[in-house]
Every structure is written in C-alpha cells, then in structure tokens.
Write a protein that binds this ligand. Structure first.
Ligand code: SME
Length: 149
C-alpha cells in the first residue's frame, strides 16, 4: 500500500498552479504508477465525445485506444459514475483485456470542478484481488484534489 498521504502531497506540489488536463493526467499517472509494485498499468481514458472514451496519458504496456461507455470496466465506471473494484477480471462481464497478464483492476470516474465527467483513471494489476476499499478512497481523494479544484 503506498503512503497515500505523502503521495498526495507530492502530487499537489508537482501540479501546483497547473490547469492543463493532459499535463495533470500525465503527472498523476507517473507518480501513482511508480508508487506501488501492484500497479502494472496506470492511466487515464478521456471523454472525447458523449458516450466515448479515448486513451490519455498512461504508464505501462499497450493500452486500448477507444472504449465506448457500454464496454469494459472503464465503460462501466463512466456509465454509472461509480468506482469499479474488480478482484477478478475474468469474472467481470465484458472486461476488455488490453494485456493478457491483468488479473485485477480498479477504475475511478474523474470529474472537474463543475462535476462533469472528464474521464476515468484505470489501474491494472497482474495480481488477483490487488485493490482494496482503502485504495479506492485514497485514489478518489487524490483525483478530487487535482481535477476538481
Ligand atoms: N481493462 C479495461 C480496458 C483498459 S486496459 O486495462 C488498459 C476495461 O475493461 O475497460
């Protein structure tokens, strides 16, 4: 488990005064990815048109480029606006396997200061049941602090 308090302070310092969404996403993806060995793919999908996600800044191997809201774990998070905590991706109907080594996943909606959905944060792990509710709460707080300020 990362030291989320320190990680949050580091991200706040690195992104101070920045308002460009891509610059913010690139920095958050980098800091999160290098904070924990469980994180094998860490990245953002952006809402580029109603009902459609396109890849944004990420760390790790290849990421699928386009995800409609009606597909995958990312689509479910965008469609419902709810955090998706997936202990076993093989048990998630419609999971999109960008990498065959992924076993578990967490996807969080990302909103701006007006509450609009601007994308999702997706973290994959090669370990089964790698993510906890504590991860969900801490990651949600970091996303709110960076994107909804
Ligand atoms: N597995 C995701 C797709 C993105 S890759 O994990 C990078 C999904 O099911 O939506």
């Amino acid at each position: 488990m990362p030291d989320y308090a320190t990680l949050s302070k580091t991200i706040a310092a690195l992104t101070e005064g920045e308002t460009d969404t891509v610059a913010l996403m690139a920095t958050v993806a980098c800091e999160l990815h290098h904070s924990d060995d469980r994180f094998d793919w860490t990245g953002f999908y952006r809402v580029t048109e109603p009902g459609l996600l396109k890849i944004g800044p990420y760390q790790g191997g290849h990421g699928c480029l386009v995800i409609p809201f009606d597909r995958g774990v990312c689509g479910a998070a965008a469609r419902t606006g709810e955090i998706q905590l997936v202990p076993d991706v093989d048990a998630f109907p419609g999971h999109i396997a960008c990498s065959s080594s992924t076993r578990s996943e967490i996807v969080l909606p990302v909103r701006n200061a007006s509450g609009d959905l601007i994308g999702v944060l997706d973290i994959d792990s090669d370990r089964p049941a790698a993510f906890t509710n504590e991860d969900a709460r801490a990651l949600e707080a970091i996303l709110t602090a960076v994107f909804a300020r």
